[in-house]
Design a protein around this ligand. Structure first.
Ligand code: SF4
Length: 269
């Protein structure tokens, strides 16, 4: 099987997991079917009394384990004829270079280092937080310090070494006194994040904290209302969960966070 065909099959399997219809490939195989089976899994084992119409095209496994579909947000892509270098940046390094000299908002005034994000361009998971804190501003790296150590542990628990994940924030410079980034600061900075996601093309996005979730889904809904659903950002499944810094303040949120990251893990495959 060619790489292209393998990628297409992987994509179709993920869509099926999310509730899409089965697709029969020209070689006769259908994503989600075991070799040798003769029909969709739902036909082989349907719960007695269940409505066929409701479960058509959806695996029993997906029904039992994945939360419902949520919001879908497709912000416009870059304009080919624009002179703006951000949508034209060809690599994560190019974006980091643009961020390093950026003065588009007031957060440039007190920063020690810009924190563009880190991780491989082929990462299957992109983690998005709110903005750099003091240690991140000191080092130029995202999610370091106690919250970063907790994130590393969370990723390790789902067998994703931190080095294989692209980790970044909504704003790339530290808000003074760790205040929330303001609307105009987010608006100035968000093209960098959008371009990073375009370049990485992850299988799943994990939005940690209300700012990341609300920004990526273009909504004012609370984090509590956005959890436990499979949203989409430009078609990419997006899971919302608590920020590790919030978990350090409130250990009761560890269990729901664990539930959320396991959903993300299932979607990554
Ligand atoms: S926060 Fe973003 S938009 Fe503002 S100065 Fe830093 S890189 Fe530029």
């Amino acid at each position: 099987m060619s790489d292209g065909r393998a990628l297409a099959r992987e994509y179709l399997e993920q869509q099926k997991l999310l509730g899409g219809d089965s697709v029969i490939l020209p070689d006769g195989a259908t994503p989600g079917l075991r070799p040798g089976s003769v029909g969709p899994p739902e036909n082989a084992a349907r719960t007695p009394g269940a409505s066929p119409g409701k479960t058509e095209g959806r695996s029993a496994q997906a029904d039992s384990a994945l939360p419902p579909l949520g919001l879908s947000y497709d912000p416009p892509g870059g304009d080919l004829f624009s002179n703006d270098p951000v949508p034209q940046a060809a690599s994560l390094e190019a974006i980091a270079g643009l961020v390093a000299s950026c003065t588009k908002c007031r957060l440039c005034e007190a920063r020690r280092h810009t924190v563009p994000g880190e991780g491989p361009p082929e990462a299957r998971l992109v983690v998005v937080g709110e903005g750099p804190g003091r240690v991140e501003d000191d080092t130029g790296r995202p999610f370091v310090g106690p919250a970063g150590e907790l994130l590393t542990k969370i990723l390790g628990a789902i067998e994703l070494p931190r080095e294989r994940v692209f980790i970044c924030n909504v704003v790339k410079c530290r808000p003074p006194e760790n205040r929330l980034p303001q609307f105009d600061e987010i608006a100035a900075c968000i093209p960098y994040l959008f371009r990073q996601i375009e370049i990485v093309k992850p299988k799943v996005i994990l939005a940690m904290g209300g700012t990341a979730a609300q920004t990526l889904l273009n909504t004012k809904q609370s984090l509590g209302a956005l959890r436990n659903q499979v949203h989409r950002f430009r078609g990419i499944p997006l899971i919302v969960t608590y920020h590790p810094a919030a978990l350090l303040r409130n250990p009761n949120w560890k269990k729901p966070t664990w539930d959320d990251v396991r959903i993300a893990r299932r979607l990554i495959g």
